[in-house]
Design a protein around this ligand. Sequence first.
Ligand code: SRM
Ligand code: SF4
Length: 560
Amino acid sequence: MPQPSKVERIKAQSNALRGSIAEELAEPTERFGEDDLQLLKFHGIYQQEDRDRRKAIRETGEQKAYSFMVRTKNPGGYAPGAFYLALDELADSHANGTLRVTTRQGFQLHGVHKSDLKETVATIGESLGTTLGACGDINRNVMAPAAPFAAPAYRIAREAAHAIADLLTPRTGAYYEIWQDGELVHSTEAKEEDPIYRDVYLPRKFKIAVAVAGDNSVDIYTNDIGIVPVLSDVNVLVGYDLFAGGGLGMTHRKPDTFARLADELGFVEPADLLPFVRAIVEVQRDYGDRLNRKHARMKYTIADRGIEWFRAEVERYAGKGMKPFVALPPWEHRDYLGWNEQGDGRLFLGLSIENGRIKDDARARTKSALREVLARYDLDVVMTPHQNVLLIDVPRAARASIESLLAEHGVRPVESISLLERHAMACPALPTCGLALAESERALPGLVDVLEARLAELGLAGVPISIRMTGCPNGCARPATAEIGIVGVSADRYNISLGGSANSTRLNQLYRELVPAAEIAAVLDPLFIDFAREREPGETFGDYCLRAPIAKTASTEAVA
Ligand code: SRM
Ligand code: SF4
């Protein structure tokens, strides 16, 4: 008889996510035991090790260099200034001195030691932030367009993201007991029953994004549930279109694992949004694969049983029918960088943060600049799904002085950043990610420098091209929907995929396998040359790759 995966037992026996985290936290050790490691994820915490030090440690026989990644959950990417400033301070006092904006609009601290973990999470809570549910088999951070536009569609999308985040926050006192010195609940009588997750939670992670029609800044098709508010001609909400079944994680050479874009599910009236979101989550809770974690995402439930079956089951759980999906306008990619009008008299400024890493270095003191701007002008920030930061609610009068303050710190305005860099994303990979097969965040900037120089030589500097790199096929920087996707396979080898669309509505296709890092630029060069020569007016690189003779000769042979 196949058995549920080990994590299933750990969740079910966890006493509403308590496990023995509190007891282990009190012990003078550097790490947690296997069961608590799994439960810590639901609290937004990952145990990691410094993989740069692995070899030296192996040689000297020392203990592994353990530390923790702490991830926050910020629906729609919104972070009040005071919360941001608390994180900025924690990054220096309790982590590795950097803050990282994630591809789902959260923050990550890296390098937190076990002895600092409690104070770190408690401080986040005291600053009105949370890490509860940022990781684990549960609904993750709910995305929404980052732009703080006053327009009704944007306001509705933000409100929906917050309402869904509240609905799907696990009902457990464990988080407060462990991290904020709430009263400890040990006895099983006190165990809370979560009305949605019950005691088994979901078979796997679960992701929801709310978009605004026409604005695909959230990469809507890559989510388990995608939601689009539908407004009347006079801007009144008439309901929501729902997509279901997207996800990008896969394993190399395992064709039964795959990236998948979400299907159109149907349309629901405003009051039915939360009941239908709940019904979808419950269908996945009850039908998702609990035996094989590599087949446990909702995309497999839908791929295996079909969207018609899924819709019928969701309707049965919700106790009512859905209406047909309402046609939507074409999607565009928007990143909101530079100065923009909010529509309420104020401005917002989008800053490009290379791979989301907020730090001070020889090139720019971005971390200090953000701290100073937020403290001096009392601003809030919103993180974007492309690892950037928006400074919001800026009074017009502050524009010039904010510009000079940023310039003094070496922070480049978006106009001086190449379009390639602007549309590039990399996941953290080495040295913190335990699953990385190759470099990513540390490798992409060098590659972008080489490629942007070549594109400029070919007269293509003015053409936006999305390039995304990850250190493994889990897809954390969403490489599968980029025009150029570069995915690590082993220490120095990458698979290159081409042909995603500029608006992230299409999966790209494998072009070359096992390319050494140093040869990636050479593999792309003939394509860039042909693109420069044969490009039709307005044609994007991703679209060109679909018809390019050279790309059609896509080979799965190893280069070199
Ligand atoms: Fe991810 C696992 C980082 C967005 C698919 N992801 C991880 C872990 C926690 C590694 C681990 O399990 O040990 C990475 C931590 C690395 C580190 O050192 O910080 C990690 N994922 C990230 C972030 C920080 C990447 C970034 O550049 O910002 C993103 C955090 C988002 C957040 O705030 O919640 C992040 N991960 C994504 C996305 C993109 C998205 O959600 O829009 C995906 C693809 C979409 C999807 O889920 O299908 C993604 N991460 C994965 C997977 C593959 C899941 C699957 O279905 O197979 C894993 C591995 C797993 O779950 O077993 C993973
Ligand atoms: Fe780690 Fe792979 Fe995600 Fe990159 S894509 S952060 S290497 S799990």
